[in-house]
Write a protein that binds this ligand. Structure first.
Ligand code: TYD
Length: 432
């Protein structure tokens, strides 16, 4: 790797936090009955110390700026800090750096507690060896000082990555390589003029600059399973939104289907008009669709390093055709070729009691051919899923799906974040 110690700025480098910062700055000025400048000026608040911005851009006195900062915090600490997201591609880059043994730290002008809260919210706090930010009283938060205290005791080649001139100037004063990123809030001119040693236009450019030829982490394959009406599709959608906000690169797909040929098989296999279909034909069609899907979508996405979220996979065949239709182990045999060694790293099984599932299904108007099967069928499917989870407890994690959507989602997120971290052999520890 090109660097063994990497210090990151937060706003505009790790997180796209402009919406929350701009709205909270405007709120502070409104509260003080000062004129609120336009978006172009508010945007400049992202990055530099706030106190200075209120003085420089709004003409506030030192004393007024202090009041403005406290008003800003009133809003930002409650809602503003969540009006953000991690730039796409940051998560796999951090994971790869960590996997290759880099020391990673944060040096931000944001108050330390807020830095920690933000990294924690997006699930990336355990990837940082140290988090440095001023306390709420420190109004200037000199970057050089922050960078110096973020550095480890021993290092060979350290760099600071940031999007504004403050980061570059701070890095130079602290004696480390200065890398400017063009996807944040500073312009290329600003970064070059302040003397950055290296300029990275995109997150991919940055990853290449930091990692060189070192290996990248592979993707992650997560499947969602459960009886019809268990709520897995709703949970998958929410997880997708959350993981995107965490800077992950995602491929979201479903079975049967997910690519052109498999979607055509889907219309046939779920068609209520295909009532004469034998159970064996049904099982082979699901396996056929899967084989194409693995080849066209799932494998390429994992190889690219993406996190793949798939609504149903091979466990559905084992439960529905193996258990529900009573075809048994033959279903596993035909699927061995279809999955071609591509098994999920994590399967989340949504466990819902039979009555609740039935109630939800009754409310749905458009039952497909499988959902229209006899009522005993669903009990067999359910039992097969539970048996599978006992057979493979490491891969298949059961979630009680009878509660509130938000509570279930919290558990799903925790499960997925834990999986991402264990795959990179990172334990939950952070100092600072
Ligand atoms: P799905 O799209 O998950 O339906 P819904 O979104 O309505 O829950 O799945 C369609 C149906 O196909 C569902 O009843 C389960 C069934 N199925 C199998 O029987 N075997 C399989 O291998 C798969 C993937 C699905």
């Amino acid at each position: 790797m090109n660097y063994d110690a990497i210090i990151f700025d937060l706003d505009g480098t790790i997180t796209e936090s402009a919406p929350g910062i701009m709205k909270s700055s405007a709120y502070a000025l409104e509260q003080m009955q000062k004129p609120v400048p336009g978006e172009d000026v508010l945007r400049k608040f992202v990055g530099p110390p706030l106190h200075k911005s209120f003085m420089d851009f709004c003409g506030l006195t030192d004393e007024e700026a202090q009041i403005a900062v406290s008003k800003y915090r009133e809003r930002h600490t409650v809602i503003g800090w969540k009006e953000a997201n991690v730039y796409e591609g940051i998560l796999p880059m951090l994971l790869s750096l960590k996997k290759n043994g880099a020391y990673i730290a944060l040096a931000s002008s944001k108050p330390h507690p807020l830095c920690v809260k933000t990294l924690e919210y997006f699930g990336i706090l355990p990837l940082f060896d140290k988090v440095v930010g001023p306390d709420f009283q420190n109004k200037s938060g000199e970057k050089e000082f922050l960078i110096r205290s973020a550095l480890p005791e021993n290092y060979k080649n350290a760099c600071m990555v940031g999007d504004r001139k403050f980061d570059i100037e701070g890095a130079k004063k602290a004696g480390v390589t200065a890398i400017g990123v063009g996807y944040g809030y500073g312009s290329r001119e600003e970064l070059v003029e302040s003397g950055c040693d290296l300029y990275a236009e995109s997150v991919d450019d940055l990853a290449n600059a930091l990692l060189g030829a070192s290996p990248r982490v592979k993707g992650l394959f997560i499947t969602f399973e459960g009886s019809d009406g268990c709520g897995k599709s709703t949970q998958l959608k929410l997880l997708k939104e959350y993981l995107s906000s965490c800077g992950a690169r995602l491929t979201v797909t479903r079975e049967p289907g997910g690519c052109e040929i498999s979607e055509r098989i889907r219309s046939l296999v779920l068609d209520v008009k295909a009532m004469g279909m034998t159970d064996e034909c049904e099982a082979l069609l699901f396996a056929a669709a899967r084989s194409q899907h693995v080849n066209d979508v799932i494998k390429p996405a994992i190889d690219k390093g993406n996190i793949v979220l798939c609504d149903r996979y091979v466990d559905s065949s084992i439960a529905y055709q193996g258990g529900g239709r009573g075809l048994g182990n033959w279903v596993r045999a035909i699927n061995e070729k279809a999955v071609n060694g591509c098994m999920p790293d994590l399967t989340i099984l949504f466990d819902i009691n039979a009555e609740e599932a039935l109630r939800r299904r009754k409310n749905a108007t458009d039952a497909d051919r499988i959902e229209s099967a006899q009522s005993g069928f669903m009990t067999d499917v359910y039992n097969a899923f539970i048996a599978l989870s006992k057979e493979e407890p490491e891969r298949i994690k059961v979630i009680d799906a009878n509660g509130k959507i938000e509570q279930i989602q919290d558990r799903v997120r925790q499960m997925v974040i834990d999986k991402i971290l264990t795959l990179c052999q990172i334990s939950e520890k952070t100092e600072g």
